[in-house]
Structure formats: structure tokens, C-alpha cells
Design a protein around this ligand. Structure first.
Ligand code: B12
Length: 212
């Protein structure tokens, strides 16, 4: 009952009530994994409302902030085992070189985290070589690249070329997104997937994990 209530308060973006409820559930010794599952269900509801045109980007941002705050409460009580079991896959994400826009990227991180992906954020203006080093170090399943400027679109191409040069291209699936990016461009650049928005990033990454 309380879990359903939690999912509903998140879906309705009632941040204060949701956080209070999470605190109560944690203090009451409820399972962190169940609380996380309910929070994810709430985020799924937000995503559906966004897809249905009821919610806008601003609502998505609110939900992302709320989810991050919930994760801050849950992180200390979530056991490493739970996190491992829950993990849908590992994603390294970056905004391409010479591009410092990160609001969209951070939303993608929130949505992927909310849906069980482990995400390593490399930040903004990230050089292809730094991305390659992270691929070697982190061994993720997926590399997600964000690009907001038409003038930095070549950052996607250069990163994929660098992956190829360093013999890493077949080690990682690449998903790209951001305002000037289209499905056609993604294909042209040699990416494996394109996500239209933060919500779309989730099914796209799940599909990449399933090898579709
Ligand atoms: C906020 C903003 C800034 C802020 C960035 C702050 C920050 N921390 O990010 C600041 C002020 C720093 C900035 C600077 C500049 N900006 Co600016 N900026 C914007 C603005 C207003 C909003 C961008 C935003 O955050 N949108 C909200 C988020 C949620 O949307 P989003 O980023 O598109 O992300 C969504 C999707 O694209 C997708 N997505 C994004 N990344 C990824 C990645 C993956 C893997 C997937 C699947 C999906 C995905 O999911 C997200 C959520 O749904 C846009 C205008 C606009 N309409 O977009 C201009 C805009 C992007 N900026 C622009 C410009 C020109 C600049 C500057 C060059 C301005 C200047 N002359 O200095 C500089 C460039 C600095 C640099 N080197 O990067 C232009 C770009 C034009 C173009 N076609 O290239 C825009 C379009 C404004 C305009 N109409 O002219 N900017």
C-alpha cells in the first residue's frame, strides 16, 4: 500500500511527500530494493505522462531531481548485492568535446539510473581519447554520447573513429542523442542507436543490452 502510494506521489511530482515517505519506509526497516522498485514505477509513470503529452521537459527535470534525492537516501542502505542484482547494464556517458551542455545528459543519467542501469558520468567537453580510456577502465556495455551544438556533431564522429582506431569499437555499443542529432545522423556516424529524449534512452539501451 505504502509502495503504491510512493509510486503515485512520484508520478504526481509531489516531491516533499515522496521524500517523506521514503524516509519513513527506510526508518521502518522496509526493503530498500522494494522502495527503489516503487520509485522506478513512479518514474515510469512520469515517463508515460511525458510520452502522452501531459508532462513537459520541466516535469521530467523535476522528476529527475526527485529521483536523485531519493537515491541519496537509499544509496547508504542499498547493499552491494542488491545493486549488482538490479543492474541492467553499465553505461559510460559524456557530452562530446567542445560542448558544455549537460542538462539533457543529466536527465538521461537520471532516467537510466531510475531504470536499473549503472551509469558512469564523464562530464562535458570530453575528448575522444579520454572516452576511450574510460571504456578500457570501466568496461561498460554502452557508451552514451550527448551533443547539443551542430558545430560539435563531429565530436560524435571523432569519438567513434577513435574507438575504432584504438580497437574498442566492438567492445561497446554506442547510443547518441541531443537536439541536433537525428536517427539518420546517428546511423551515418556509425552509432548503434539513437534516443530522441531521456525517456527513449531507456528502451533503446535495454534493446542494446538484448543485442537487438
Ligand atoms: C541551457 C543552454 C545553454 C547553457 C548550458 C547549461 C548546461 N549546464 O547545460 C549555456 C548557457 C552554458 C549554453 C551555452 C551555449 N549555447 Co546553449 N543552449 C541552452 C538551451 C537554452 C537549453 C538546452 C537544454 O538544456 N535543454 C533542455 C534539455 C532537457 O534538452 P536537451 O539538452 O535537448 O536534451 C534532451 C534530448 O536532446 C535528449 N538527449 C540529450 N543528450 C542525449 C544523449 C543521449 C545518449 C540520448 C539518448 C538522449 C539525449 O534527451 C534530453 C532529455 O529529454 C538551448 C536551446 C534549446 N532549445 O535547446 C541552447 C542551445 C543548445 N545553445 C546554443 C548555443 C549556440 C550555445 C553557445 C554557442 C552560445 C554562445 N554563443 O556562447 C554556447 C556553447 C557553449 C558550449 N561550448 O557548449 C544553440 C545551439 C545552436 C546549434 N544548432 O548549434 C541553442 C539551440 C540555442 C539557440 N537556439 O541558438 N547553452
Amino acid at each position: 500500500m505504502k509502495y503504491k502510494q510512493l509510486a503515485q506521489t512520484i508520478e504526481q511530482l509531489e516531491a516533499e511527500s515522496a521524500l517523506e515517505l521514503v524516509q519513513q519506509l527506510v526508518a521502518g526497516g522496509e526493503s530498500p530494493a522494494e522502495i527503489l522498485a516503487a520509485s522506478r514505477a513512479g518514474m515510469e509513470g512520469v515517463g508515460k505522462r511525458f510520452e502522452g503529452g501531459e508532462y513537459f521537459v520541466a516535469d521530467l527535470m523535476l522528476s529527475a531531481n526527485l529521483f536523485q534525492e531519493i537515491m541519496q537516501i537509499l544509496e547508504p542502505v542499498l547493499s552491494a548485492d542488491t545493486r549488482l542484482m538490479e543492474s541492467k547494464g553499465k553505461v559510460v556517458i559524456a557530452t562530446v568535446k567542445e560542448d558544455i551542455h549537460d542538462i539533457g545528459k543529466n536527465l538521461v543519467i537520471a532516467m537510466l539510473s531510475a531504470n536499473g542501469f549503472e551509469v558512469v558520468d564523464l562530464g562535458v567537453n570530453v575528448d575522444p581519447d579520454v572516452i576511450c580510456q574510460a571504456i578500457i577502465r570501466e568496461q561498460p556495455h554502452i557508451l552514451a554520447l550527448s551533443c547539443l551544438l551542430t558545430s560539435t556533431l563531429d565530436g560524435i564522429e571523432d569519438t567513434i573513429a577513435e574507438l575504432e582506431k584504438q580497437g574498442l569499437r566492438d567492445k561497446v555499443k554506442v547510443i547518441v542523442g541531443g537536439a541536433p542529432v537525428t536517427a539518420k545522423l546517428a546511423q551515418q556516424f556509425g552509432a548503434d542507436a539513437y534516443g530522441a529524449d531521456a525517456y527513449d534512452a531507456v528502451p533503446q539501451c535495454l534493446a542494446l543490452m538484448e543485442g537487438r
